[in-house]
Design a protein around this ligand. Structure first.
Ligand SMILES: [Fe+2]
Ligand SMILES: [Fe+2]
Length: 433
């Protein structure tokens, strides 16, 4: 991917001090294990796995059945997606499959996760497991994993199905954790804070989309864009806090200046996203009060630097590449222009995070092992489902969950890992992966 190598080179240049030969070698390296999943290549996947819920989410009409029943008595509702073929019968229902069990031990080894996981309620009676619609995946994660100093980045878990039928000793559910925000999230104790988007004026950039879609799709696409807008809106606060962190750490003026500029970028991103949302919804959209309170936030140098690694070096790098991917898929000029702006800005924001971490590492070389661990903690589980709404989403400049997981995985391998190697040097365990 051209954009991947561009952003990688941009980050390497921004970090400076990387020998040219090393940078060129990194640029040229072919990283193994890169996922190259063409979306829509296997239609049948849709039926056998997962799609129970994706269908449910995507198709407004099938939500009810898939969510509620796909799990226990399964076949009745899975028929909804299996219409086209006989999968109702072969559909395994809600099973664990290859999904790892997400518990506190797993979390300690892999504090940054995206993909599909099984998570079990700690104290539920397995004879009477709550229906998946009565379980909040985010609350379940908070119960099971707890939130330490590291916390989840961009964690916005979605219920896939449950209870899982092949685990009978606990009440377990399949969840997806691939909802990445575009840009830097405003994290409070491990969860991304956003203001709920609503009808209000002042936040929607005036945009005119070329294509019209049916009313149900327009509502869905508008809400998806409004949600992205709310994350962009929260990124303003995230950079405001980053500016304070920089000041507290005695960072040089160029880092403070670029972080300040990033705040203005994020305001523009929010306006663009809310503008696209408004075009689909037919009314203005915006975000109101954001709960910025974070009384327990650690101010230690290590924690501030590790937050920048997670949210900036990893998060914004992946987000920039996801935005560029979405830009390349959309058929709408106005959305393409918006995503171009966002992708370009986000790549600068990512480079800023890398510059900051490099500077912090120079000031505090003792942080190297913790930074290494943070990078090494990322794993990516691919999703193989196909979203029946994929084409509509792509045209509207949105990625499916499987797209996001695939891009994140590729971005980590082709950009984050080589840049982390350049940052940390040959001694990094990242080099051996
Ligand atoms: Fe942004
Ligand atoms: Fe950003």
């Amino acid at each position: 991917m051209i954009y991947d190598s561009r952003i990688r080179d941009q980050i390497l240049r921004a970090m400076g001090g990387i020998p040219l030969a090393t940078a060129l070698a990194l640029s040229a390296c072919q990283v193994g294990g890169v996922v190259d999943e063409e979306t829509g290549e296997t239609d049948t996947d849709t039926d056998t796995d997962s799609d129970a819920d994706t269908d449910a989410d995507a198709d407004t009409d099938s939500d009810a059945d898939t969510d509620s029943d796909a799990d226990t008595d399964s076949d009745a509702d899975t028929d909804a997606d299996a219409d086209t073929d006989a999968d109702a019968d072969t559909d395994p229902g809600c099973v664990q499959g290859t999904a790892p069990i997400l518990d506190s031990a797993y979390y300690q080894n892999n504090p940054t996760l995206f993909g599909r996981f099984v998570i079990c309620e700690p104290d539920a009676n397995p004879r009477h497991c709550p229906d998946s619609t009565d379980v909040s995946p985010n609350e379940l994660i908070a119960d099971v994993v707890g939130f330490g100093d590291t916390g989840w980045m961009w964690w916005d878990a979605q219920m896939v199905c449950g209870p899982v039928t092949d685990i009978t000793t606990d009440c377990c559910y399949l969840i997806d954790s691939t909802e990445f925000a575009i840009g830097r999230p405003y994290m409070v104790e491990g969860t991304a804070q956003v203001a709920v988007p609503d009808r209000r004026t002042g936040w929607s950039a005036p945009l005119t989309l070329e294509r019209s879609v049916d009313a149900a799709s327009a509502k869905q696409l508008g809400e998806a864009w409004a949600e992205i807008g709310s994350y962009e809106h929260a990124s303003v606060a995230s950079f405001a806090r980053f500016v304070q962190d920089l000041m507290q750490l005695g960072a040089p003026a160029d880092l403070v200046m670029d972080a300040t500029r990033a705040m203005a970028d994020e305001i523009q991103h929010a306006r663009l996203c809310f503008g696209v949302a408004a075009s689909f919804l037919g009314h203005e959209v915006g975000a109101g009060a954001l709960d910025c309170a974070d009384p327990h936030r650690s101010q230690s140098v290590e924690d501030l630097v590790l937050a920048a690694v997670r949210e900036g070096c990893i998060g914004e790098t992946i987000a920039a590449i996801q935005a560029s991917e979405a830009r390349d898929l959309t058929t709408d000029d106005a959305i393409r222009a918006a995503l171009s702006t966002i992708a370009e800005d986000e790549s600068r924001h990512a480079a800023l995070a890398w510059r900051f971490v490099r500077w912090a590492l120079q000031q505090h070389p003792e942080l190297a092992p913790a930074i290494e661990r943070e990078f090494a903690s990322v794993i990516a589980e691919p999703l193989e489902e196909t979203d029946p709404m994929a084409e509509v989403l792509h045209q509207a400049g949105l990625l499916t969950k499987a797209d996001k997981a695939a891009v994140a995985r590729r971005a980590f391998e082709s950009v984050v890992r080589p840049c982390a190697q350049a940052l940390l040097g040959a001694r990094s365990p990242m080099a051996s992966a």
